[in-house]
Design a protein around this ligand. Structure first.
Ligand SMILES: N[C@@H](CCC(=O)N[C@@H](CS)C(=O)NCC(=O)O)C(=O)O
Length: 213
């Protein structure tokens, strides 16, 4: 498989962590987003949305959208499972994952920050405030849920890492880039610290990629 991705991209971090947890190897193709490598005709032919990651399967099939790809991997390589078997817990796991993937990430994506800078003159400081605002709103909610839920264990749900942990881990790395400390959310901080001690996660982390700057 070929992973078209970028070291700093949190959606790429998600997918790398899932591939590592499943023990699946892949060829790493780096697309420097800062240089617009995701907007070339060659990459747009792979994903017309111009977003990483894209996973290219051995038969040439191109998959986009990190959560859809992770669920595909879970379907095809069920061990270890990244979602609980119980339907209610599956829904809860997805809800935690989507809180990061749908409520935080799209608002804070590179193209959004570039747009508010270009169209509304948002300075680097204003972009940081914007980013911090959307992270804080959803991390407060996540912390409340995780601290109160009887299902919270070593990880977001139970004692094996899964989809919500993958999303949380990648988002905390993104937060660190904007100087957002995690310690004000103690349950999230505890889970992140545990994840950061797991090889499959640390190997997925931005600084440990071949294109890391
Ligand atoms: N929902 C998509 C989002 C993909 C996405 O936005 N990727 C970012 C990097 S984390 C990207 O390619 N950004 C390019 C840009 O904003 O111009 C997914 O989960 O794969």
């Amino acid at each position: 498989m070929i992973l078209h991705n970028y070291f700093r991209s949190s959606t790429s971090t998600r997918l790398r962590a899932a591939l590592n947890l499943k023990g699946l190897g892949y060829d790493y193709v780096a697309l420097p987003l800062k240089e617009g490598a995701h907007r070339t005709p060659e990459f747009l032919a792979k994903n017309p949305a111009g977003l990483v990651p894209v996973l290219e399967l051995d038969d040439g099939t191109l998959l986009s959208q990190s959560l859809a790809i992770i669920e595909y991997l879970d379907d095809v390589h069920p061990e270890p499972p990244l979602l609980p078997a119980d339907p209610v817990l599956r829904a809860k796991a997805r809800a935690l994952a989507y809180t990061v993937a749908c409520e935080i990430h799209p608002l804070n994506n590179l193209r959004v920050l570039q747009y508010i800078a270009r169209s509304y003159g948002a300075s680097a400081e204003a972009q940081k405030e914007w980013f911090t605002h959307w992270v804080t709103e959803s991390f407060e909610a996540l912390e409340t849920i995780l601290a109160a839920s009887p299902e919270t264990g070593t990880f977001c749900i139970g004692d094996t890492p899964g989809l919500p942990d993958i999303c949380l881990y990648a988002q905390v790395w993104n937060n660190r880039r904007f100087g957002i400390a995690t310690d004000k959310w103690p349950t999230i901080a505890r889970i992140y610290a545990t994840l950061d001690g797991i090889d499959a996660f640390t190997r997925a982390a931005p600084p440990n990629q071949p294109d890391a700057e």
